[in-house]
Design a protein around this ligand. Structure first.
Ligand SMILES: *[C@@H]1O[C@H](CO)[C@@H](O)[C@H](O)[C@H]1NC(C)=O
Ligand SMILES: *[C@@H]1O[C@H](CO)[C@@H](O)[C@H](O)[C@H]1NC(C)=O
Ligand SMILES: *[C@@H]1O[C@H](CO)[C@@H](O)[C@H](O)[C@H]1NC(C)=O
Ligand SMILES: *[C@@H]1O[C@H](CO)[C@@H](O)[C@H](O)[C@H]1NC(C)=O
Ligand SMILES: *[C@@H]1O[C@H](CO)[C@@H](O)[C@H](O)[C@H]1NC(C)=O
Ligand SMILES: *[C@@H]1O[C@H](CO)[C@@H](O)[C@H](O)[C@H]1NC(C)=O
Ligand SMILES: *[C@@H]1O[C@H](CO)[C@@H](O)[C@H](O)[C@H]1NC(C)=O
Length: 665
């Protein structure tokens, strides 16, 4: 399944390449590319003896470092000096010859990696290690349709690794980038759960990669050698790494911390973990002492300085009540399992997975900034002393009065983990009943802003990107509805509650909170949903909200994504924008195509083959007035997966922004 997707993605790229990157005339033959752009790019400044053999007055077989094949795949007999090919001076004119190997290691080359490498349709191996190549690993390298062996180690390449590199996944056997100056985090493959099933060697050692351990690598089941040594990685080493059957591993000289996963047969020595954060512990390094430090620490309560009306830049005072330190955990605290609970006179703190490091010491006197006010309360961005940032959601008054009705809901929310849901890390309930939900802080824009704000520098939202966002939202909702033990209803599906990151991964916020509100407050939220146009017709009381009302709201949201118009009461004109009616009218008047947002139509050839029409139908199905005929979120996910845009290349260039600012759409 995954490989199928990948190969089709590959051809999409090739298609993209030929449409946009070559001159509109005929595409160049491999020989022309070698003699032209590739030679120029590699050469750098000084004349290079090996490269100067690439010359039409030299027989093709004597061009150094290159191996050719005829279009039927049989290699050109260049090994045999007595063969007629060896001296054939006109062979280079044969346009059907294809390059299948480019090997110039240690060849004193000082230029840049040519982008045109991606156009060599039969190139299988690219070895350019131990030269003085500069510049980036070009995005276009990922457009190649046959690269299996890539060795660019020992150069001076810098910049970040383009995510398109994983587009090579289904053929790639070995990727060696050891000893360059590559920075940034290791990008994730655009196709989730990629397995890169042929990949055996991945060497990113001795670079300047940063960020967390790239956990997606642990799905590359064929991997035998993995080197991430001598980089700037931080955070913990994932347990799933032990599921790979690695023969060689190097994680030394980074800043990994936490408890080491236990490898079967303990086949790795301490050497491959050395030079990391002193906090890295476990076999074969030293024993871990105590647990996360929380247990030994005195934790009291936090008080939220109650901030009045001002919306901008109010300050949250998360004070630390000294002299009232109290904690109440039995024993000396062993491992944190799913959650940890700390009781004190000042209140109660519950930590969930991923929030174990949150000590209230850290949050000591942290100042926050109001990010937004929502129907449920106020959201603050708060800086921790260690430089980290968290999002605090202070629930408004009128949230559940007694703890006993609140906690089961909170616990349930704290257990939900999904790529498309913002995780709840901790919960605090103060003595006076104030309730604080602690989430990861994501610096991302909301989908609402991306769609409706008209400011320069915003990413262009073409169909590939919008589809990815819609699918992410659908997956998040499907997880809430059916992926957890007891279903959770989101309750407030809307574009303002979707955060979108630079790779167009959507994450839902504010889910499940309606259950924390007293009925009167919850019903206010229904009224707001009505004004905003997301309310299902049958929904009168929040108590009645269910997965079908979520599906309705999702349908409106999908229409909003497709049409690019804000649903509901429109601030300026005061009129009510009814998106489903707009579509119905357009269909009746046979102007369906005009209903789509202009920006989304860019580059679309066939709205049918690109899944656009299907998406519109799906959205209308979700907005069906009769709840029972609406599809389930699982069905929505399935349909979106089956009708993907063909050209997904834009997903690999997150920085691409709107070209024409100021168009009315
Ligand atoms: C190719 O080789 C010939 C003869 O050795 C030389 O005169 C010519 O300048 C070379 N052409 C290029 C483009 O290097
Ligand atoms: C040299 O190669 C060309 C192109 O493949 C071919 O047409 C020609 O017959 C070859 N000449 C000799 C002497 O083999
Ligand atoms: C990496 O960059 C630094 C400074 O930018 C430079 O000193 C160093 O030589 C570079 N390393 C390599 C392998 O190119
Ligand atoms: C890469 O190195 C070049 C010098 O070789 C420098 O001009 C450029 O700014 C660097 N790029 C990045 C992203 O570090
Ligand atoms: C990826 O794997 C996770 C865990 O196995 C699963 O929950 C998720 O649905 C998968 N995603 C896709 C797109 O297959
Ligand atoms: C691991 O990587 C480090 C740093 O790149 C290197 O010094 C060391 O020799 C490597 N160890 C093994 C066992 O490969
Ligand atoms: C290493 O990680 C710790 C947190 O685990 C951080 O405080 C420290 O600054 C990091 N050091 C470097 C050199 O990045």
């Amino acid at each position: 399944m995954a490989s199928l997707q990948l190969s089709s993605l590959g051809s999409v790229f090739l298609f993209f390449l030929f449409c946009f990157f070559t001159t509109p005339s005929v595409s160049s033959s491999d020989v022309e590319l070698i003699l032209g752009k590739i030679k120029t790019s590699l050469k750098g400044n000084s004349e290079n003896l090996l490269l100067s053999s690439w010359n039409s007055s030299v027989p093709l077989c004597q061009w150094r470092g290159l191996k050719w094949a005829s279009s039927n795949g049989s290699p050109l007999r260049c090994d045999d000096i007595s063969s007629p090919e060896w001296t054939n001076i006109s062979l280079f004119r044969d346009p059907s010859l294809q390059l299948f190997s480019l090997q110039l290691p240690n060849a004193d080359i000082s230029g840049e990696i040519p982008r045109e490498i991606g156009e060599l349709s039969s190139l299988q191996s690219l070895y350019l290690s131990f030269n003085s190549l500069k510049g980036n690993v070009p995005l276009e390298l990922g457009y190649s349709s046959s690269l299996s062996y890539v060795d660019l180690g020992g150069n001076s390449l810098n910049g970040s690794l383009p995510p398109s590199i994983w587009n090579l996944c289904d053929r790639l056997v070995s990727l060696w980038l050891h000893g360059n100056n590559l920075t940034g985090s290791v990008p994730e493959p655009a196709v989730p759960n990629s397995t890169c099933r042929n990949l055996q060697v991945l060497d990113l050692g001795k670079n300047k990669f940063s960020g967390e351990f790239p956990e997606f690598i642990t799905l590359f089941h064929g991997l035998k050698e993995l080197d991430l040594g001598n980089n700037l990685f931080t955070g913990s080493i994932p347990e799933s790494l032990t599921e790979l059957n690695l023969e060689r591993l190097n994680l030394s000289y980074n800043n990994f911390s936490g408890v080491m996963p236990v490898f079967r047969e303990s086949k790795f020595s301490a050497e491959i973990f050395e030079g990391n954060n002193p906090g890295l512990c476990g076999s074969p390094l030293g024993k871990c002492r105590g647990s996360s430090g929380l247990s030994s620490r005195a934790i009291a309560g936090i008080v939220i300085g109650l901030m009045a009306g001002s919306v901008v830049l109010a300050s949250v005072l998360i004070g630390y009540l000294q002299g009232k330190k109290r904690k109440n955990r039995g024993g000396d605290g062993n491992e944190i399992e799913e959650e940890e609970e700390i009781n004190g006179d000042e209140g109660k703190l519950i930590l969930f997975q991923g929030g174990e490091h949150l000590t209230l010491d850290d949050v000591l006197n942290a100042t926050g900034q109001v990010m937004e006010k929502t129907s449920y309360g106020t959201v603050y961005k708060a800086k921790l002393a260690d430089g980290g940032t968290i999002a605090l959601r202070l629930l408004r008054e009128g949230s559940c009065k007694d703890r006993s009705s609140c906690l089961p809901v909170i616990r349930q929310l704290g257990r939900v983990r999904h790529e498309n849901l913002v995780p709840l890390r901790a919960f605090y309930q103060g003595q006076r009943g104030e309730k604080l939900l602690i989430y990861d802080y994501l610096p991302n824009k909301s989908l609402h802003d991306l769609l409706h704000e008209t400011r320069a520098g915003k990413p262009m939202l073409n169909w590939a990107r919008r589809h990815k966002i819609a699918l992410g939202i659908a997956r998040g909702l499907a997880c809430l509805h059916t992926g957890v033990e007891a279903p959770i209803i989101h309750g407030t599906v809307r574009s303002k509650n979707v955060l979108v990151d630079e790779f167009f991964v959507a994450r839902l916020t504010e889910f499940g909170l309606d259950k924390l509100m007293v009925p009167a407050v919850a019903d206010e939220i229904v009224a707001i949903a009505k004004t905003d146009g997301y309310k299902a017709p049958e929904l009168q009381k929040m108590k009645k909200c269910n997965s079908r009302t979520d599906v309705y709201a999702f349908g409106i949201l999908l229409l909003e994504i497709l049409i690019g118009k804000k649903p509901g009461k429109n601030g300026r004109s005061g009129g009510f924008v009814d998106l489903p009616s707009m579509v119905k009218v357009a269909v009746l008047e046979e102007t369906t195509m005009e209903v789509f947002d202009m920006e989304l139509l860019k580059g679309i050839r066939s709205p049918m083959e690109d899944g656009l029409v299907q998406a519109l139908k799906l959205a209308m199905g979700c907005c069906a007035p009769v709840a029972s005929v609406r599809p389930s979120m699982d069905e929505v996910v399935k349909q979106l997966e089956e009708n993907r845009p063909r050209n997904r290349s834009a997903l690999y260039s997150p920085t691409e922004t709107r070209s024409e600012i100021g168009t009315p759409f």
